[in-house]
Write a protein of this length. Structure first.
Lengths: 227, 304
């Protein structure tokens, strides 16, 4: 599914990732932990091909991201869903419009959009809020809208960058449960966090990053690894 | 087609979203197009007026005194054969004397006393098809075998040159000032559209980021910004064209009356005759400016 083969990323002389090699299997749920500046965001940016590695190679579903042409990037990105701590939603639009937006800008037919969005909203239990303005939603609901939008293209991989960072503990638990449900239905998930409760709740594979290097990689881990 | 429809939809949303910036773009484009059209019309009217004045200008060609009828006829045939000549009139000596009497307001006795002071030989009053044709006309006269039958040819040529080149100077001034003013407004609107697209890109940073993330094609991200200013330019062109039609329709008699002091003119007819040019200037001109400035701005500020 995902292979990092001796990947390094430098910004000038500053190394964000150093010689990272990791393999994620399909249907895995990986929790990526590390302090601010540990390299988590760079790790995720390399996956969505927002950045290119300075050294080494990144393979997603067998595709070498370096070999992707500019023209191929949009269709590549549709294979990956991304969720952020700050939701990145269009606050003046409704829940439906926000999710539909991801399909609209990719040229999907109107009829298909309606059907698909209704389906996804049901999946994230937001069908009753379909016509509500995103601005009026709670943090947890906003994150569910973001997850719904990330799922509309049926991605093979879902990246979640601190998805519980801006929400209360109860909503946070709900979000993780939702991600676990999505994972159970076959989507590979990589979740970056420094929330100990999240690590405990997932009880999956944990990869710890420190100063751009992998310092721990444990399977079925329910304890936060002290870095 | 579906994508184009959506790009247009996003473009329109951008216009609404940008509010004051869109209004500023619309206003500057409207002023620019108006300047272009006013310049074009002024230039056209100026050109017609100057041509009219030029056409009404008669060049006097004086003959040497004492020419026989036969020789005068030869000269007439020569003038008639020159392509540049639109019309001519022979002024015989007798007519010249009558005209002189009228100008000086004197009687026959006084005239006879002064007649030797004036060169009252027969002459031709020549009108050219185009005022600028006088150059080739004089060239042909000077190189003809009848050159010796003309008197004060150099003085006649100089007088014509002086008067017509004055007109030419005004015509050139009109042309250059119109071009400079239009050029200034082209640059101004170019810069404003450039800035407006930049602001639009900045105000939709989030949206652009989301589009990138969800896998929107590059053109789908770029085109709405282009469409946004193109729509503004089309609306501005329509607005200005309608405004000009309204002004000409409502003030036809006033405009026509004002210009008719120097030129036989009907504003509505003139407007209808030149409507194609006006539409071309407003639509193509504004599209050209917005397309290039928006493209430049997108290239410079939209990082995708």
């Amino acid at each position: 599914m995902l292979v990092f083969d001796q990947v390094s990323k430098y910004y000038g002389v500053q190394a964000a990732l150093k010689n990272v090699s990791v393999e994620v299997m399909p249907k895995d749920f990986v929790v990526l932990i590390g302090h601010t500046g540990a390299g988590k965001s760079t790790f995720l940016k390399l996956i969505i091909r927002d950045e290119l590695p300075s050294k080494g190679r990144v393979f997603i579903d067998g595709i070498d991201t370096i070999s992707l042409s500019e023209k191929d990037i949009p269709s590549f990105r549709r294979k990956i869903g991304v969720v952020f701590q700050d939701f990145k939603l269009l606050l003046k639009k409704t829940v439906f419009e926000n999710v539909a937006f991801a399909l609209e800008v990719c040229g999907v037919k109107g009829r298909v959009i309606k059907k698909k969005v209704d389906e996804i909203l049901e999946k994230v239990a937001l069908e009753h809020k379909k016509n509500s303005c995103v601005f009026d939603l709670s943090g947890g609901e906003k994150q569910r809208v973001a997850i719904a939008r990330a799922l509309v293209h049926d991605p093979i991989l879902l990246l979640a960058d601190e998805p519980t960072g801006n929400i209360d503990p109860k909503s946070s638990e709900e979000i993780i449960n939702l991600l676990l449900k999505i994972n159970n239905s076959g989507t590979t998930i990589i979740l970056a966090t420094h929330n100990k409760d999240v690590v405990k709740q997932v009880s999956g594979r944990v990869i710890a990053l420190k100063n751009g290097e992998i310092v721990a990689d444990k399977k079925n881990c329910s304890e936060y690894i002290t870095i | 087609m579906r994508n184009l429809k959506r790009e247009i939809k996003f473009g329109i949303q951008g216009i609404v979203q940008n509010g004051w910036i869109s209004l500023a773009v619309f206003l500057v484009l409207s002023v620019t197009i108006s300047i272009w059209i006013v310049t074009f019309f002024s230039f056209k009217i100026g050109e017609l007026t100057l041509k009219d004045i030029g056409k009404k200008y008669d060049t006097e060609i004086t003959l040497v005194p004492g020419l026989s009828e036969e020789e005068i006829l030869k000269v007439e045939n020569l003038i008639k054969s020159i392509d540049e000549v639109e019309s001519y009139e022979i002024i015989p000596r007798e007519k010249a004397i009558e005209e002189l009497k009228d100008i000086l307001k004197i009687d026959d006795e006084e005239l006879n006393a002064q007649i030797d002071k004036f060169n009252l030989s027969p002459s031709f009053k020549v009108r050219f098809k185009d005022p600028q044709d006088y150059k080739s006309f004089f060239k042909k006269i000077e190189s003809s075998s009848l050159r010796g039958n003309f008197s004060s040819l150099e003085a006649n040529k100089e007088k014509t040159t002086k008067n017509l080149s004055e007109l030419e100077k005004w015509f050139r001034f009109l042309k250059i000032s119109g071009l400079l003013l239009s050029g200034f407004f082209v640059i101004l609107s170019f810069l404003i559209v450039l800035q407006a697209v930049k602001t639009s890109i900045e105000s939709r940073k989030e949206e652009i980021e989301i589009m990138k993330l969800v896998g929107a094609e590059k053109n789908f991200i770029k085109n709405p910004f282009l469409i946004e200013v193109i729509i503004s330019s089309i609306i501005a062109s329509f607005f200005v064209d309608l405004l000009f039609f309204g002004v000409v329709y409502s003030f036809n008699s006033e405009i026509s009356g004002f210009i008719s002091r120097v030129l036989e003119f009907n504003a509505m007819n003139f407007y209808i005759q030149n409507i194609t040019y006006m539409l071309l200037i407003s639509f193509l001109g504004s599209l050209f400016v917005t397309f290039f400035s928006a493209n430049l701005s997108i290239k410079k500020y939209l990082k995708i």
